[in-house]
Structure formats: C-alpha cells, structure tokens
Design a protein around this ligand. Sequence first.
Ligand code: NAD
Length: 284
Amino acid sequence: MADDPTEPAALTRDSLLFVDDDHFERGTVALVTGAGSGIGRATAVALAANGLTVAATDLDEAGLDGTIEKADDLDADGAIEPIVGDLTDDEFLERVVDEAAEFGEVRYLANIAGLQHIDPVDEFPVEKFDLLHDVMLRAPFVLSKHVIPHIQATDDGVGAIGNMASIHGHVATQDKVGYVSAKFGIRGLTKSIAAEGDGTLRAFTVSTGYVKTPLVTNQIPDSARERGISEREVVEDVMLGEARVKEMMEPVEVANLFTLGFSKHGRHLDGGDLTWDGGQLGTY
Ligand code: NAD
C-alpha cells in the first residue's frame, strides 16, 4: 500500500519512557519473549535503556541480533543477552529461566511472543489453535511457574509479570478464534498470579488495538480475502474503524507500558489491564 499506515517510525531515545527505580539496574534481569520483532523488540530495548539486563528470547536469531543493534544504537545503560529457542518446547521453557538467572536477579517477565491465524471457526485448523494457545497462553503460564520462585527469593520479593493481551482479550472479531480465546485466557492467568502474589509480586496485562508490527501486516491479505474487501479497507474500516484515534500504535508506545507497569509507579497495578485502545472498547 502507498503511504503505509502499518510502517513504524524509527525507535529513538526521545520516544522512550525513562523511570527512576532502584530495581532498574544491571543486576536485575527482565526476561522478554518475542524479543526479536515488533513489540517484544521495543520492550527489550526500552528495559535495557532503563538500565536492566534483558534476557531476550525468540525463535528468530537474526531478529535478536537486530534488537541488540538497536539497543547499542541508543546507548542503552543496561544489556541485552540473547537466548534463542522455541516457546512450545517445555525443556526450553525451564532452561531459558535458568539461563536468565545467570545474569542476575530475575524480577520481571514480559510474555510478549505471539502469532495470528485467520480462518472462520468451522475451518480453523486444530493444530493452529493449539499452536496459538501454546505460544500465547501455555508458555506464559509455564514461564511464570519458573520465574515466580526467583522473585520470591529476592530480599524484598518485588517483581512483576507483564502479559501481552489485546483488545481481542476483551471483544472478539471474526476469523480469530485461536487468538481471541488465548487472549481472554491470558487475562485469567494474570489475575490468578495476582491473586497469589501478596502485592509485591504483581501481574498485569497490556491490551492495545492495532500496533505497527509484522503480525499486523501479515494478516491484512488474509483478512481482506475472508471479508471480500480491499487491504486498505481492512486497515481503515476493520482495524481502525471503531477506534477514535485513527492511527495504529508504535511498538515503542507499547514497550513504555511494560516499563511503567514493572516500575514502582505500577505498585497498585495488580491483576489489572492497561487498556491502550485509542477509544475503541469504551465508545460506540
Ligand atoms: P511480531 O510478529 O512482530 O513478533 C512476534 C514474535 O514472537 C516474533 O519475533 C516471533 O518469532 C516470536 N514467536 C512466535 N512464535 C514463537 C515461538 N514458538 N517461540 C519463540 N518465539 C516465537 O508480533 P507483535 O505484533 O510484536 O506481537 C507481539 C505480541 O503483541 C503478541 O502476543 C500479539 O498477540 C500482541 N499484540 C499485537 C498487536 C498488534 O497489533 N501488533 C495488538 C495487540 C496485541
């Protein structure tokens, strides 16, 4: 498309939220999944810029290299340590937390990795449904299981698990049954962690509308086909039609929500949802 509304702006220091927090230093580790692209990459860079050591994991090794390069370009005070692996592999889910703990005290987990598949319910392949659930719901649960003991073992028990949900964790649109059901599920996982966290170990979700990432760009042709409309109509009418802010979010704007949620300013954010939806859910 000409004038591509899905093309993100360059990530600059000016676009980052910086928070002064005693725990935001190199001895503290944030494990970030999906860190090789889009929102996960921006979050890894944002947390490293805030001084943390980020254990950055993804299937995509070249993507992780790009994330390290971006953090270097921005002169991040912290560090990014890449760990390549597949979130559908239980052995990896245990190992990635062990490896993250070698870099310092693991206090933060950002479950961001995800993928989309477009098909109506009656044609939705069962193996795709399972894959979406494995990556976006089961892996966040298993990683939380392994990370929680690390947070509990710190001197003050302070830490947080931030889970990437979506407006699709609040409402459904057609042809996304795997995604919608996983995103509704991750809100339940988040509240369950909060219920057991005693207030120092917190959990929260982030729910946004459409963000300028490959996950969005890749679904436009399939959505156009299923709905029988043009790709531009998918963007303007389906993705932004119900929102009041008629522009997709930048990945860094989502990353800043993880920085805020993990920080001392997020102290009362526990089981709740940061709904940054451009007015889509609350208006009609
Ligand atoms: P993206 O495609 O840019 O990044 C997703 C990353 O997840 C990729 O780097 C991919 O390699 C990784 N990944 C996928 N399967 C994996 C696996 N099995 N093991 C390890 N890594 C795996 O997408 P994005 O838009 O940045 O999405 C990140 C998260 O944000 C997802 O959970 C998505 O559902 C959510 N989200 C996105 C939007 C949006 O509009 N882009 C809106 C709301 C929520």
